[in-house]
Design a protein around this ligand. Structure first.
Ligand SMILES: Cc1cc2nc3c(=O)[nH]c(=O)nc-3n(C[C@H](O)[C@H](O)[C@H](O)COP(=O)(O)OP(=O)(O)OC[C@H]3O[C@@H](n4cnc5c(N)ncnc54)[C@H](O)[C@@H]3O)c2cc1C
Length: 330
């Protein structure tokens, strides 16, 4: 299909965005090239950091480098350490403070910014990864804050009765502390960011003092500390323990739709209110948007999802997934 770009001028001078029809031959080549770029980048660029290997190399006196997940931001710290308990952690912090060294904690390096980088002492809390307690009646879980979200979700799903985090981002390989640090959120207008589910936490300050605060802490100073530390940007100390609200386990069914962008923009509040989760991908130069809508249903025998790739396999579909509804709706 070929055609001319349409340019609509309004009397007030406002101009609609051009609505270029898709040229199918080019679209297929574009898709193949995009797929190749995606495959190459995941094969050769998005190689996850291995904090354990970095800590061992650093202990041997080798120079190590930490990088963000896309290798965009990199830095070599003086030391890369993985403390396994409070005593070790406090020792490291006090020694660094005495020698005036900056300390930064990194989780999986999935931030899009250099927020976790330092040329001082870099810590990773992969060894602070235990589920400390699950209270099914209060619907809370207490964990060490270095736990990866996928491991926490797996532990909650394996609990009897099965439980789940209320909402997570697209990926689940981040550390819980790292996700809370940056205000990580999922989709869905009925769901808040992950930090909103934190009810209590433990923070070790740069001087090695252990602070514990909670949402309803009787001590106003610790309540303030809690409020600041639930979304801490890695700037307040080392987050070591977190208690969070959880929900009963659920399954998700999804559908994908292609709609005219104008329709999506003019009905966005209703579209968002009609489902539990909504992702909208604007497709430039086509005047269309891809909608990924999900509904929560009672748990089924579908295996728990681990990341977006897996979830596409495990989610059941509702409604049509292949129909291009754009032309019908235009
Ligand atoms: C492909 C991709 C998809 C994503 N999808 C989403 C999404 O859907 N929704 C969303 O909101 N975000 C999303 N993100 C962003 C991601 O969730 C955040 O960047 C998150 O902070 C990454 O966690 P991390 O463990 O990798 O932390 P890092 O990137 O390693 O660190 C992030 C911050 O946390 C601090 N930190 C880590 N651990 C501790 C600790 N124990 N104590 C104190 N400070 C600590 C670091 O110092 C730093 O400031 C995505 C990122 C990527 C790369």
């Amino acid at each position: 299909m070929t055609g001319h770009a349409q340019d609509h001028h309004h009397q007030d001078g406002h101009r609609d965005p051009p609505n270029f029809p898709i040229q199918e031959g080019r679209a297929i080549w574009g898709f193949l090239l995009a797929f190749l770029a995606y495959w190459l980048s995941h094969r050769f660029v998005y190689v996850e950091n291995d904090p354990g290997a970095l800590a061992r190399a650093s202990a041997r006196g080798e120079r190590v480098e930490w990088s963000s997940f896309d290798k965009f931001y990199k830095q070599a710290p003086t030391l890369f350490l993985q403390p396994s308990n409070h005593e070790e952690l406090i020792g490291i912090l006090r020694e660094a403070a005495a020698s005036n060294q900056t300390v930064k904690v990194v989780g999986s390096g999935h931030s899009w910014t250099p927020i976790g980088l330092t040329d001082g002492v870099m810590l990773n809390l992969d060894k602070f990864n235990k589920v400390l307690s699950i209270d099914a009646s209060a619907k809370t879980v207490t964990v060490q804050a270095g736990i990866r979200i996928r491991d926490l979700s797996a532990a909650l799903a394996a609990h009897d009765p099965p439980l789940a985090l209320r909402n997570t981002g697209v990926l689940d390989r981040q550390s819980l502390a790292g996700a809370l640090a940056t205000g990580t959120h999922g989709t869905g207008i009925r769901y808040k960011i992950m930090s909103a589910d934190v009810v209590a936490l433990e923070l070790v300050t740069a001087g090695g003092n252990v602070l514990r605060g909670s949402r309803r802490d009787p001590d106003p100073a610790m309540r303030d500390m809690f409020e600041a530390a639930v979304l801490h940007l890695g700037a307040l100390g080392v987050l070591t323990e977190v208690s969070m609200e959880v929900v009963e386990a659920f399954s998700v069914i999804k559908r994908n739709r292609l709609l005219p962008l104008n329709t999506v923009l003019s009905t966005l509040p209703a579209l968002a209110a009609g489902v539990d989760h909504l992702l909208v991908w604007f497709i430039p130069y086509t005047g269309r948007a891809q909608l990924m809508e999900s509904l929560r249903i009672p748990p089924t025998k579908v295996p728990p999802t681990h990341d977006w790739g897996d979830s596409r396999k495990h989610c059941q579909n509702f409604g049509s997934t292949s129909g291009d509804e754009a032309s019908a709706a235009q």
